[in-house]
Design a protein around this ligand. Structure first.
Ligand code: PRX
Length: 659
């Protein structure tokens, strides 16, 4: 049904947008026929210290050749903080660069480019004084506060590499990221606020630092967010504000090579621990800024609100780097969608006259459940472009967003991309591309999205297959921190010569892409990317667990939710009543609450092939009640396991998802 629905570009949008169908066609042509000159021309949007003479070089290897080297603008030099701040000082230094809206309504801050520049330079000086230099990693574990943005840009200013960690991660999650990145300094806060509650960040950071022992960074800066009294370890912990106030307000930016690292961001894969995706300076910044301008039709003076946490790539590219590089005003919201009451987001949009609004399908689905009077009460007349990201958006949620929030006036852009792509890849350019609810539509200029079948054959025309990208684009991740072999293995060996996204997709007769979701063992819960292996490892740290298998099952609100089948020592029958709840909570403590499974089933064994591989397909069918259609089970080592799994599942239905 949704495929027949098309929302054509309205004439007034085409007329006023910076990119229309004609200019997009020109860009597409130029990018495919003459890529190097095209990208060097695009590079002019940044402020370079030395303008590059080369665009893309290197390649993805191919059959029998596993050399993957990706490089963009390699002889250019620049500084990302200069692009986000200094270059706007002369023309719009007193305009607002950042609006901070606290969870507490009365707490609002507006920082001009001058203000932000001042704070960034001061912190950059503090970092230097604590021994941080070019190439050193700085980890942050902060809520949605101004200091979090300042920290990222201060690192960029001195050539340090930021490693931003989501404030919802557990101490162990924080410890493993600090250990892997060998961060020299940590910036955290006393507490964070969330939905009226307080998150004891410093206490959690202390637990992470204890876990790290000798591998802990020698210095910790602590931002006072709530003013709570927190223990400060003499010599290690320092009050952020005191140091920043005392520091000099000028700091010369480091001249960085375009290929020098800007950031590491940990994300989940199908195997092992989260991996440190590394982005470099020139290509990443170009991609964030170009896509933000084209896709949100950014105009001078626009207020842009991306609701993503700074701990995810969406926050990096579309709260910080894209909007600020474009001289826009970015809104950072500390709160949650419905606190203290439903409709809070709509009030924020009206209060700060937001023009571009970028959020996730899970949030839209949750907000749709509010009393319709809540969204109707808001004006929402400042909005011009609405965006969705992170998971497939169902047509119903798309239409609600379009009609109720955008008043059938604002294009809705469904953007497909990944931590590894740096920025948007498949997405409608609003003044040029008609939208179909549920489709991310067409690739951006220079992005060659292809579908391949299981054997790696590239499919033409209307088809369904695995989504790959043929050839590099500037925003692409260059490597995984400290493990280039894993980078090559994860993305370039499944289909030699192509970047494999891990997603499945369908392409319709108009060439539009419809993303169907992950085809690997990555699970997308409310747009949070969770690896089954990561959750299984967390289970394994519980004394009662001998083995587990974690799968994603469809969920009306979250897109997918986690279901875990756990083999316990001593047998499921003898397990205490509350063990299932305890195991879910244990995973929450190990990884962060967002990764706690909604369903835990204690089983006596897992369905395995004769070679010992868990048949997740069978678990998915059992968890969703489709056990009548288990498909081919002839490869199971022990077919009797099915009856015992069904019995355990029936027991769970009686007792509730986690006991
Ligand atoms: O499965 C795809 C899904 O999110 C994954 C990437 O997650 P992450 O690296 O955390 O980045 C999220 C923000 C870009 C993808 O592999 N995904 C992302 N956007 C969409 C999507 N699935 C469907 N439609 C989208 N628009």
């Amino acid at each position: 049904m949704s495929e027949e629905l098309i929302f054509h570009v309205k004439p007034h949008i085409a007329a006023s947008a910076s990119v229309n169908a004609k200019s997009l066609a020109l860009m597409n042509n130029h990018a495919s026929l003459d890529p190097d000159p095209f990208w060097l021309e695009q590079a002019r949007r940044l402020d370079w210290m030395r303008f590059p003479t080369i665009a893309g070089s290197g390649g993805f290897g191919g059959p029998g050749d596993e050399t993957v080297e990706i490089s963009w603008f390699a002889d250019g030099t620049l500084n990302a903080s200069v692009n986000c701040l200094d270059r706007h000082l002369a023309s719009r230094g007193d305009e607002t660069a950042l609006i901070w809206q606290g969870e507490i309504e009365a707490q609002t801050a507006r920082l001009s480019f001058h203000d932000l520049h001042d704070k960034v330079c001061r912190l950059a000086n503090v970092l230097k004084a604590h021994g941080v230099g070019r190439g050193d990693r700085v980890a942050t574990y902060l809520p949605m506060v101004v200091e979090s943005v300042v920290a990222m840009l201060a690192c960029a200013r001195i050539g340090a590499v930021h490693v931003v960690m989501f404030a919802g991660f557990s101490p162990s999650g924080v410890a493993s990221r600090i250990r892997d990145s060998a961060a020299r300094l940590l910036i955290t806060a006393d507490e964070g606020r969330r939905g009226g509650k307080r998150i004891p960040l410093k206490t959690m950071a202390d637990a992470a630092l204890d876990e790290l022992g000798d591998a802990a960074p020698p210095h910790v800066l602590v931002v006072s967010v709530t003013g709570a009294a927190v223990p400060m370890k003499q010599g290690r912990d320092h009050d952020f504000a005191t140091l920043v106030e005392a520091a000099a307000p000028d700091c010369a930016p480091e001249e960085m090579g375009a290929e020098d690292p800007l950031l590491i961001l940990y994300t989940s894969g199908s195997t092992g621990a989260p991996k440190g995706v590394l982005h470099t300076t020139g290509g990443y910044l170009l991609w964030a800024s170009l896509t933000h301008e084209m896709v949100f039709d950014h105009r001078p003076g626009d207020v842009f609100w991306c609701t993503a946490d700074l701990g995810w790539v969406t926050g990096h590219s579309y709260v910080v780097y894209g909007p600020l590089a474009n001289g826009g005003t970015t809104l950072v919201f500390e709160g949650t969608p419905s606190f203290p009451s439903p409709g809070r987001w709509w009030q924020v949009i009206d209060k700060h006259a937001v023009n571009g609004f970028y959020t996730a399908p899970t949030a839209i689905r949750a907000l749709m459940r509010d009393d319709p009077a809540v969204v109707d009460a808001a004006r929402l007349d400042s909005l011009r472009v609405l965006g969705s990201v992170g998971e497939p958006i169902n047509a119903e949620a798309w239409l609600w967003f379009y009609e109720k929030v955008g008043h059938a006036r604002c294009p809705v852009i469904d953007s497909w991309w990944q931590t590894e792509t740096g920025g948007m890849m498949i997405v409608p350019v609003p003044g040029a591309v008609a939208q179909k609810p549920g489709s991310a539509t067409l690739p951006l200029p220079g992005v060659r999205a292809v579908l391949v079948d299981e054997k790696g054959q590239v499919l033409d025309g209307a088809a369904e297959g695995h989504l790959c990208i043929d050839g590099s684009w500037p925003g692409q991740a260059r490597t995984l921190w400290g493990d280039h072999g894993r980078f090559v293995q994860t993305y370039f060996t499944t289909y030699p010569g192509l970047y494999f996204s891990g997603d499945g997709a369908r392409r319709d007769a108009d060439g539009y892409f419809w993303i169907t979701g992950r085809v690997d063992d990555v699970i997308n819960v409310s747009g949070h990317r969770i690896g089954s292996a990561e959750v299984e490892s967390a289970f394994a740290t519980h004394a009662a667990v001998s083995e587990s298998a974690v799968i994603g099952v469809p969920d009306d609100l979250k897109g997918q939710s986690l279901a875990a089948f756990v083999v316990v020592r001593g047998g499921a029958a003898a397990a205490p009543q509350d063990l299932r709840g305890e195991l879910a909570a244990h995973v929450g403590r190990q990884l962060g609450r967002y990764a706690a499974p909604d369903l835990v089933v204690l089983v006596s064994d897992l369905p395995k092939t004769r070679s010992g591989k868990v048949m997740r397909r069978i678990l998915r069918k059992i968890a969703t009640g489709e056990h009548e259609q288990l498909g081919d089970v002839s490869t199971l080592a022990d077919p009797s396991v099915i009856d015992s799994l069904l019995e355990s599942m029936a027991g769970v239905r009686n007792a509730g998802p986690t006991g």
